[in-house]
Design a protein around this ligand. Structure first.
Ligand code: SAH
Length: 368
C-alpha cells in the first residue's frame, strides 16, 4: 500500500493531480504530514471536499501514513534519554491487525540540541560480533517514510508529554539498527525528505550516517551528500583483528577503507568521525592505540571512543573508563583528536549496539 510519507514532493503533487486537484495541494499535504499531522480534517488550508476525499481514501485503505507506531518507551531518568520501540509494517494507528515488526530509535538531549538515532533496517546483515543489531538476523529494509516516521512519531510522543515545540528533534543520526549503506537508496530518500524546505527543512549538516565500511557507497555518498556527516565504524586497525569482529572487513579490507576515507575528505573537506568501540582485551592495548596514530595520521578525522556496551549474548566486555581515557590520551598525543563518548541510555539498553529487534523494551511506557 502506498505510504504517503515515502513520497517526494513531486510524487505528492502527482498524487494530488490523481485526486483531481492542483499540484500545489500536494505540497500542502506534504507540509502537514511532515509536521506530524495525520488527521486530514486538521489540514485547514485544504478545501473541505479534499479533506473529505483524503479521509475516505485513508479509511478505504487506498494509502497509509508512515507506518511506525509507538509500542513502548523507556526513559533513562539520569539523562532524559528515551528509547522508542516502534512497530512497523502494514499497521497504522487506525488498523491494529496486520502484523508488523519492531525497530528502535533513541532520543538524546545534548547541549547543542536534540538528536534522534534512527534505525535503517529491521535487523542487520553485517554480523558484527559485539553488536545486538545482528542477533535476530535480517528481516527487511525500511523505506524512507518509515525512517521519517520514527522522527515524527517520536516528536508527537514528546509533544504530547509537553516537551517543547515542533522542532524538538533537530539532529538525526542514522546509527540505530541496520547498516544504512546496505539500504542506500532508501536512506538517501530519507535524508532528502528531512531536508526538504516544505517539510522539516533540516540542514544536511545536522545529519550523520554511520557505516561499518561498505566502500562503494562511501564514494557514492561523497558525491550525493557532501554536507552530511559521515561516521565509519573502525574498531580495529589490523585486517586480521577487524575481520574477526567485523565480517564486512573480509570483503572491504582496511587499506581500501582508509583510502576511501582519504578520498572522502579530499572531496568534501569534511572531517570524518571514526567510531572505535573499546572491547576489553581485544582492541584496547597500547599497540592498538599506536596503530591508530600510525594509520590515521594526517587525515581530517576525529576518533570517537565508545566503551563497549554489554550485550549479554556476545560475551564481550567493555574497557574500563580508565583504560578508555589512557587510550584516548595515547591517540591524542599522536596528533589525532579523540573523545570518549558520553554514555547515554546505557541503563535502558538504548546505547550503541544494544538495539535489537526482539526488544528488551516492554510494551507500554516505562520509566526507570
Ligand atoms: N551499521 C552502522 C550503524 C549502526 S551501529 C555501523 O556499523 O556504523 C552504531 C555504532 O555502534 C557503530 O559504530 C557500532 O559499531 C557501534 N556498536 C555496535 N555494538 C556496540 C556495542 N555493543 N557497544 C558499543 N558500540 C557498539
Amino acid at each position: 500500500m502506498k505510504n504517503l510519507l515515502d513520497l517526494t514532493i513531486e510524487e505528492m503533487k502527482q498524487f494530488a493531480v490523481e485526486l483531481g486537484e492542483k499540484p500545489f495541494r500536494g505540497r500542502q499535504i506534504f507540509t502537514w504530514l511532515h509536521r506530524g499531522v495525520r488527521d486530514f480534517r486538521e489540514m485547514t488550508d485544504l478545501s473541505l471536499p479534499l479533506r473529505d476525499k483524503l479521509t475516505k481514501g485513508f479509511a478505504r485503505g487506498d494509502f497509509r501514513i508512515g507506518g511506525c507506531r509507538v509500542a513502548g518507551v523507556q526513559e533513562d531518568s539520569r539523562d532524559k534519554t528515551r528509547k522508542f520501540l516502534f512497530r512497523v509494517g502494514g499497521a497504522d494507528e487506525e488498523r491494529e491487525d496486520n502484523g508488523g515488526d519492531f525497530v528502535e530509535a533513541v532520543f538524546m538531549k545534548y547541549r547543542y540540541g536534540n538528536t534522534l538515532c534512527v534505525s535503517s533496517q529491521i535487523g542487520c546483515r553485517m554480523g558484527c560480533r559485539f553488536c545486538a543489531g545482528a542477533l535476530g538476523g535480517f528481516v527487511r529494509n525500511l523505506s524512507p517514510g518509515e525512517m521519517l516516521d520514527q522522527v515524527l512519531a517520536a516528536e508527537r510522543y514528546l509533544r504530547e508529554k509537553g516537551e517543547a515545540d515542533e522542532k524538538i528533534i533537530n539532529h538525526v543520526v542514522v546509527m540505530g539498527m541496520g547498516e544504512p549503506f546496505d539500504n542506500y537508496d532508501n536512506v538517501a530518500g530519507f535524508l532528502r525528505l528531512l531536508h526538504h524546505e516544505a517539510g522539516k527543512n533540516m540542514s544536511y549538516r545536522n545529519m550523520t550516517v554511520s557505516t561499518s565500511g561498505i566502500i562503494p557507497m562511501i564514494y557514492r555518498f561523497a558525491e550525493d551528500f557532501p554536507q552530511v556527516n559521515l561516521a565509519i565504524s573502525l574498531h580495529c586497525l589490523t585486517d586480521e583483528g577487524r575481520s574477526a569482529i567485523m565480517p564486512v572487513n573480509r570483503r572491504y579490507p582496511l587499506d581500501e577503507l582508509l583510502e576511501a576515507a582519504h578520498r572522502y575528505t579530499d572531496k568534501t573537506h569534511r572531517r570524518i568521525t571514526f567510531e572505535y568501540t573499546l572491547i576489553r582485551g581485544e582492541n584496547d592495548t597500547a599497540e592498538d592505540a599506536a596503530l591508530i596514530g600510525k594509520k590515521l595520521g594526517g587525515m581530517l578525522c576525529h576518533v570517537n571512543l565508545i566503551p563497549l556496551n554489554r550485550v549479554e549474548e556476545t560475551g564481550y566486555d567493555g574497557s574500563t573508563r580508565k583504560r578508555a581515557e589512557e587510550f584516548a590520551a595515547a591517540i591524542e598525543s599522536a596528533g589525532i583528536p579523540a573523545t570518549v563518548r558520553r554514555e547515554l541510555g546505557g541503563k535502558i539498553d538504548g546505547a550503541c549496539g544494544q538495539l535489537r529487534r526482539i526488544s528488551s523494551c516492554p510494551t507500554g511506557t516505562d520509566s526507570l
